[in-house]
Structures are given as C-alpha cells and as structure tokens.
Design a binder for this molecule. Structure first.
Ligand code: ZN
Length: 284
C-alpha cells in the first residue's frame, strides 16, 4: 500500500506536464509577456520599463545584417533587411497586460485609474519598410495613422487625435502603460511609452522615415535640447556614442485647446517627419 502516494504524485506530475503543452506557456499566464522582465524603473501608474530577452532572435538578425538598435527589438517583431531598407512585421499587441484586452483574456488586467474607451485590443498585421538612408525632406504625418514602430511591436501614432477629437482629452483614456486601442482594435502609443522608456535616454523605436526615437534625455542624462520642428536633433546617442546622428526625442507639448488648455503630454512626435516615410501595409 506504500506505493499509492507515489502513484498519485506521478499522476499529478503527468497532468501538469500535459497542461504545459497549451499555448499559454503552461502557467495560465499571458503568453505575450514571454521573454520580458520588469526593471526597477516604474511609472507612478504602476507600469514598469521592461527588459526583453532577444537571445532567441539575435543570431538570425545578425546573419541578416542587422545591427545597433535593431537588435533591441523584441523577438515578437520579425525583422529583415534588403539593400535599401529594413523590413518589419508585427501584430501590434503589447508585451504586457492591459485593461484593453477583453475581459477573460489572460492578458487582461483591471485598471480603473483612467477612463476606459469602448475598444478592445486585437492582433493586426503591420508590414513596415524603413529606409536605410533616410531623406531629409520634412513630411507631414497627417493622413496616416502609424508613423513609427516601438521596439515591442506596438505602433507609434502622431500627436493628434481622430478628426474632431482633442488628443489631450484622449490621453485620459490611456492604460497603465500609456496607450489605447482605436475602434478597430489597433493598440498604439501617442506619447512616452512607459514599458520602454520613462524619463530616460532609452531607445524607443524607429519612425517610418528611418530615424530612431529616444526618451526625454540624451545619453549624458540631460533633457534633450535644441529640438527642431520635427522633434529631432543631431548628436550622439546611446547607440552611436562617438558619431553624431539625427534622432527624435519624446518631447513635452502643452495644450492650447479650450477645455484642456495648459495640460501637458510627452508626445512622440510633433506631427511632422524629418524625412519621407517608407511604405507600410496596415498603417492607414
Ligand atoms: Zn538627442
């Protein structure tokens, strides 16, 4: 009779093993967070800047000729390279929990410190082409929704809302990590993305004209100064410490619109590209 407890233990072990074959990683957790870990940097709303383990895709990217900040993109973003551009495919979903995943989705979390809009996050299929050699012909962002891609595969939008809406009012609906979905389930950042950068010099992503974007600060720790009408300037970066290169920064803007006048946001764009954006499928 002494063998019975052992048999029960083996039976339980098998059950756990079978559960591990599910698409949830076996622990019932949100699979989109796989490969991420929280850093000590945390926004007051409770969103941690995340570290992303790219060891599973580093070798393939290096073999494709990618280097520098491209290697910081999450493995959830598929990257390639041609002689003239870097290509990226992403589904646009975040790699952390949000109140904008449907209730019951294992990536859903409750968050009641903001106004929740009626939309829920759904997977998209973005295909972006970033010029390897950006032009310097300033171009309006109006008329396109996606203006860049954050390193976790979430699209970057401009500093403006849908026609007739006030972006500073829309900001009241951002989730814990500073983003929200529009009515087709397309989740996106307009402003400083807290799971990537919070009051620092971290690399955030690449805009569609091929120039990279960083947090509020330069690598010397000082707030970025001398930004042009596109929100960028030329100088060294954490990824180009000895050669000055053109790059964007998160930049502070103040509402002059009746109703929200005086409110401030660290937006990702000024509404204008420094160069001509590359082609994109799914960016309208
Ligand atoms: Zn800078």
């Amino acid at each position: 009779m002494g063998s019975t407890p052992t048999n029960i233990a083996v039976g339980l072990g098998l059950a756990v093993g079978l559960a591990a074959c599910g698409d949830d990683g076996g622990d019932g957790a949100c699979a989109l967070t796989d490969g991420t870990s929280e850093t000590a940097t945390v926004h007051p709303a409770g969103c941690h800047v995340l570290e992303r383990d790219t060891s599973a895709c580093d070798a393939a990217r290096a073999a494709a000729g990618l280097d520098g900040y491209w290697l910081q993109f999450s493995c959830r973003v598929e990257l390639g390279k041609t002689s003239t551009e870097v290509t990226a495919s992403a589904d646009g979903r975040p790699d952390y929990l949000s109140n904008y995943f449907a209730t019951g989705d294992r990536c859903h979390e409750d968050y009641t410190d903001a106004i929740q809009n009626p939309n829920t996050i759904s997977a998209q299929s973005y295909q972006l082409q970033f010029p390897l050699v950006p032009t310097t012909t300033a171009t309006s962002m109006r008329g396109t929704a996606v203006v860049g891609l954050a390193l976790n595969g979430v699209p970057i939008y401009g500093n403006f809302a849908a026609p007739g809406d006030d972006i500073f009012e829309e900001a009241l609906t951002f989730d814990r990590c500073g983003a929200h979905p529009q009515n087709q389930g397309k989740y996106h950042y307009h402003s400083e993305p807290y799971p990537i950068s919070y009051d620092d010099a971290r690399f955030i992503g690449v805009m569609r004209d091929g120039f990279p974007i960083y947090g509020r600060r330069d690598s010397d720790g000082a707030l970025a100064t001398g930004l042009d009408n596109n929100g960028g300037h030329t100088g060294t970066t954490p990824d180009s410490p000895s050669t000055a290169v053109y790059h964007y920064h998160v930049n502070l803007q103040t509402s002059t619109t009746t109703g929200t006048a005086g409110e401030q946001q660290w937006f990702l764009t000024t509404g204008q590209f420094a160069g001509v954006p590359g082609a994109c499928t799914g960016c309208q």
